[in-house]
Structures are given as C-alpha cells and as structure tokens.
Write a protein that binds this ligand. Structure first.
Ligand code: ADP
Length: 653
C-alpha cells in the first residue's frame, strides 16, 4: 500500500529524491537509500539493502558508541537518546565531513527505524567532500533537466518502510472502510486529534466530525464510496479532538479498492489567524465609521481606486454599484476643486512628498460634502513612486460649524463696531447739554446774577452740579473707550517732564485723599527725566490709578507712588494698602466694564472702564501694565513706559 501509488512515477521519484535520505533498521542495516544519498556519499554503485551504515560512513563523534550498540545488545534506550539530531559524518573516500540529520521513528508495533537526511546544498557538499571526482559537466545534478538517476533497487519498498514516510508527513492521513470506520491512520492524525488506534477501534469518521457537519460528511463519503470510484472529493470540516478542541481540517478523499483514502491539512491556526485578521478589519472599519474617515489606495497606471467602505459612505455611493475611478470621482467633485486635486497629486508624485487638500463633492442626494484628503506616496525598492494612498475624512460638520462661527464672529464684530460708533456719537451729543447743565448750575450756585431767595435751593443746585460732573466723567470714559476700540484715539506726542505730571495728578487727588485721611507718598528717583508721550493720556492714566487707589483704600490708608528711570523705560507704580482684588478676578478686571463683585465694590461708584482705558493707553505708548493684589492687603498697579513712546511711524522732535 502506498499513498503515492496513484501518482505518476516521475513525480514520485522527484519527491523522494529531492533530499538525500537513508533509512536503516534499529541495527544500522540499510533498508533504503535514495539516489541523492548515493550521489552525496560519492558511491558509483547503488547502496544495497542490508549494507551496514558504519561501512558507508563514520561518525566524527559517535562511532564507538554505535559500534558497541550495534555489535553488542544495546540497541535500545541510550542509543535512541544519544543519536537523534545532527552529526558530522565522513563518507568513505571523502576528504571532508558533512552534517547529517538523524531521527528515530518508532512504529506502533515497537519497531524502530533510523532516518538520515541531508538538508542543504548537497551538490556543493559533494564537491567539497570529493574534490577528485570528475564533474559530470552538469552543474546541478538535481535539476529537473538532468533527472534523477534511477534507483531500481528500492521500488519494492515494504509497507513498514512506507509507513515511516507516512508518519513523517505533516498531513493527517487515514483510510476508511465502506461504513467510514477507521482502518488506518498515521501518527500525525493521532497527534492532531489527541487519540490513538486503540481508542478509535470501531469508530467512524463521522463520529469525529463536528455535529453541525456530520450529515454533510456522511452523505458525501457515502456518495464517494458508492458512485465516485477513483474520483477525488474535497471539503473543509471541523473535527472534534478527544481533549475537546475543535480542529478545522481541509480534507481530500479518494476511493480506491475497498477503502477511502483521506488526506487532511490542519488549518485551525490559519483559520484562527484569519478570524483575528477579520476582527481587526471589522474594528478598523468601525473606527473609520465613527471617525467618518476611510482609507484609499491608487496604483500608478491603474484607472480604479481602492476605497474602504467608509469612503463609499462619504461619497454617498453604493459599494456594489459604483466603481471609483478618476472619471467617476471627477463627476462628483466641484469643478473648481477637481483641477486642484490633480495638481496636488501630480506634485506629490514628482516630489515624493506627503500631501493634504480639502475639496467639495456633490452627493447623489444633492447634498454638499466637504472632504479632507491626506496621503503619502508608495514607493518601490528603488524609491520610485508607484502609487498613492491615504485617508479621506468627511469634514462637512466641522466646516459648516467653522463657517457659522466665522459668520457669528463677523456679525459680533460688526455689532461691536456699530455700538462703539453709536456710543461715540451719543457721548458727544450728551456732553454738550451736560456742559450746559454743569455751567448753569455752577453759575446759580455762585449766585452770579443775584441771590437765590431760599437757602435750600443752593443745596439742591450743588447736587445738580455734582451729578452732572459725575455723569460727564462717565461719558468721557465711554467716549475714550469707544474711540480706542474704533481705532480713532490718536496720541498727541510731545516731550515733557514725567515728574511734573505725576505730582500734578497727586495734587489733583489730594483733596479726596485728605477727606479720607489717606496719606500719599511720592518717590521719584529722577526728577529731570523727560519722556516723549501723550501728556493728556499719561495724566489720565495717573488719575485713573490714583482715584482707584483712593476709592478702594480704607480711611487712614497709605498710597505710594513711585517712578524709576531705568535708562530706557520708566517704571511707575501706584501701591495702596486697600481692600485688594480677588485672584480669580485679576485676569478679567482690565476688560471694559469688569468690576469685582458687589460684595467688594458696593460702596464705590464707577463705570468699570478706568483700568481698561489705562491698559489701552499704556499699550498704545508701547508700554505694559501689570496688576498685583491680595485681598485686604492692597493692590499695586505697575506700568512700564518707554522713555520714547514706541509708536509705529510716529516721530517726535
Ligand atoms: P471703576 O473703578 O470705575 O469701577 P476700573 O476699571 O478703574 O473701574 O476698575 C475696575 C474694578 O477693579 C473696580 O471696580 C474695582 O473692583 C477693581 N479695582 C481697581 N483698582 C483697584 C484697587 N486699587 N483696589 C481694589 N480694587 C480695585
């Protein structure tokens, strides 16, 4: 019996002769040697059955042990352990040893065989071992053209010898009778299904098939046995191993004589890898769907693109009906964007560079979709570009949101500008009547045109004047802020003494300070220093800071005004020991209309514009402002002003 019996003899010979191989029995008597082995050994004549292995070659390391074993009675036990593996052997007449691989194969009936094989370039090995042997002129003696020499001696191999080969096969082999009962199986079958012939006695192939596949297997094998003599059938089915594992096996069956011959390949691992790969792919597609992003690939010269499922969804196309190509995609892309896409792709290919571009498409539904495409070039071993690949992402939502935000920002800016214009106009309109109210009430208060009869009226007219002045202050602040925001506040630069302006501001604030018993200390390190700045603006800055310091200091507090000349800048600071500003408000307090919550400011009037105007004026001079404060400890506002205002394009003599 032979599994090769139905193959053509040439194939069989090629297969057997592919590697030099020799088989001996447990006593080292040759049972079989293929022609490649004969050639490797340097023998002219065929190696005869029954020859002693040790007459053909000697082991560099093991000869003594083997002699003892094969001449004495120790043919088992130690020998098997010592012998398996690779050994360097010298053939008779060879000048150099060659490595041979040895395996012991033990049969179910206890018989043991030794298999020697050479894995490597055996024609080269042969030349090295037998340099004196004339080359037959054919470089590769194993090439198909030269054909293996016929080894007529060993075609009559007995079943036992063939079984060695069958057991060495990686394939799962078995034979079945008419009822699918196992008749024979190789070692690989037993190892794969974790069983042995004793357990399988009387069992059928169907018994080992997965329950879901039993009926298919039963029917197919029955048809094969009864109606398909000599034909081959193949199918994949799951088999149950005795340890509970399920194996996936690709089977081929053939009926010959009274038996069914079965050859199976265990593809469980391959299936597992396939499954794992499929799961990874599913996850990738899922992630792409969540991110509205798909991947694509285009090989140079090909008309079609490869798209992942998500790109079909982005383009609103049916995967089975739409073939993505340059033409079909171009019909969907906005005409103005199509040319740009080609340009970007061409440049990427020429320069072998990564690329990114956004374009718009019209979906079949009519909806516009914004797509972002990012990609790289695919190159061959020489670095030449052979394709493009990358991702496409649906950025419609983000793009529309960005557009909305941009529109909202533009609208807000327009509204803000309109408000500033309105406030500027209104403030101007309000100032004129207010000045009249203040002027006339001052006149009445001073009774310039004659005495007022009733004393009470004098008190009231004083109130009217104070309120008017307060209102005028507020309106002036609003007007200044509006002008600054509208970019219409121009600095009027001149050279002047900063010390004088600071002292003047302190002097103007003195009345309110004295009323609250607040002491003001002025420390100026350089009385003569001159600055180039807008005098009115600097005065406004100082008054804002001083009035805040007075306003937010307790009765009897201290305010220190310092001015240091660093040669390039002036460092001016106004420090008080008042109520302070909470840390979380420090950031925002310099923005227009920001005030600390009523808890801290309820006793104080103000528009919330003073610091904002101060900051803008300082920055217009090219300076900087900083605020340090601690609740109940005090506040210090520091200003760094360049000695010469760092204005763009503005020069002062
Ligand atoms: P206004 O003083 O008119 O309210 P400002 O812009 O000058 O406006 O000040 C904004 C807010 O900053 C004030 O309302 C106050 O809460 C806080 N602030 C400013 N300066 C001081 C200071 N020296 N001490 C404590 N709080 C201050």
């Amino acid at each position: 019996m032979s599994v090769f019996s139905n193959q053509n003899p040439e194939q069989e010979q090629d297969l057997i002769n592919a590697l030099p191989r020799l088989v001996t029995d447990a006593d080292g008597c040759v049972l079989y040697a293929n022609d490649a082995f004969r050639i490797l050994s340097g023998r002219e004549t065929p190696i005869q059955k029954g020859e002693k292995l040790l007459d053909l070659l000697h082991f560099e390391d093991l000869d003594d042990i083997l002699h003892q074993a094969w001449m004495g009675d120790d043919t088992e036990g130690t020998l098997a352990n010592v012998f398996a593996g690779e050994h360097h052997v010298s053939f008779i007449g060879a000048v150099r040893p060659v490595p041979l691989h040895f395996d012991w194969v033990e049969m179910v009936d206890g018989r043991r065989f030794l298999i020697a094989s050479f894995i490597g370039e055996h024609h080269i090995a042969k030349k090295e071992m037998f340099p004196d042997i004339e080359d037959d002129g054919n470089e590769n003696i194993f090439s198909p053209e030269s054909g293996p020499e016929k080894d007529v001696e060993y075609h009559d191999m007995d079943d036992g010898s063939l079984n060695h080969f069958l057991d060495m096969s990686h394939e799962v082999l078995c034979t079945l009778d008419e009822d699918c009962v196992f008749k024979w199986m190789n070692d690989t079958f037993c190892a794969a299904l974790k069983t042995d012939p004793t357990v399988l006695g009387g069992k059928t192939f169907v018994d080992l098939a997965h329950p879901d596949e039993k009926s298919m297997v039963r029917q197919t094998l029955s048809d094969l046995y009864h109606d398909m003599d000599g034909q081959m059938v193949s199918f994949e089915c799951r088999m149950l191993a005795s340890d509970g594992n399920v194996l996936s096996v690709e089977w081929r069956f053939k009926k010959a004589g009274e038996e069914i011959y079965c050859v199976g390949q265990d593809v469980t691992e391959i299936k597992r890898h396939e499954n794992a790969l499929r799961q990874q792919q599913d996850k990738l597609l899922e992630a792409e769907a969540i991110g509205r992003m798909g991947h694509w690939h285009w090989r140079l010269g090909e008309d079609h693109f490869e798209w992942s499922d998500e790109i079909y969804r982005i383009f609103g196309q049916d995967k089975d009906a739409f073939i993505p190509s340059i033409d079909t995609v171009n019909t969907m892309v906005y005409r103005r964007d199509a040319g740009r896409i080609m340009q970007v792709f061409q440049r990427a290919m020429i320069e072998n560079k990564d690329y990114e571009l956004d374009f718009r498409i019209n979906r079949p539904s009519g909806a516009v979709c914004y797509v972002r495409c990012q990609g790289r070039c695919e190159t061959d071993m020489d670095g030449d570009v052979i394709g493009l690949y990358g991702i496409m992402q649906d950025i419609t939502q983000d793009t529309l949101r960005e557009q909305d935000l941009r529109d909202a920002k533009d609208a807000a800016e327009r509204a803000y500008a309109a408000k500033s214009r309105f406030l500027a106009n209104m403030s101007h309109e309000l100032r004129t009547p207010l000045n009249a109210i203040i002027g006339f009430s001052e006149m009445i208060q001073n009774q310039l045109l004659g005495p007022i009869g009733t004393e009470r009226y004098l008190e009231y007219i004083g109130g009217i004047r104070e309120s008017g002045e307060h209102l005028l202050d507020l309106i002036s602040d609003i007007l200044d802020m509006s002008k600054i925001e509208a970019g219409k506040y121009d600095l009027d630069l001149e050279r002047f003494s900063i010390a004088k302006v600071i002292r003047m501001a302190v002097h103007m604030m003195e009345g309110r300070a004295v009323d609250a018993s607040i002491k003001m200390i002025v420390l100026i390190d350089d009385e003569d220093v001159q600055v180039v700045a807008d005098r009115r603006a600097i005065m406004q800055i100082m008054l804002n800071l001083l009035s805040n310091a007075v306003k937010f200091s307790p009765n009897g507090g201290n305010i220190t005004i310092s001015c240091k000349n660093s040669g390039k800048n002036l460092d001016i600071a106004v420090a008080d020991n008042g109520m302070g500003i909470p840390a979380h408000k420090l950031q925002a307090i310099m923005k227009p209309f920001e005030q600390v919550s009523s808890e801290y400011t309820r006793d104080h009037e103000g528009s919330g514009l003073g610091l904002a105007i101060t900051k803008e004026l300082v920055e217009m001079h090219g300076g900087k402002i900083a605020l340090e404060s601690e609740i109940d400890k005090g506040t210090t506002v520091s200003i760094r002003l360049p000695l010469q205002a760092a204005l763009k394009g503005q020069k002062v003599a």
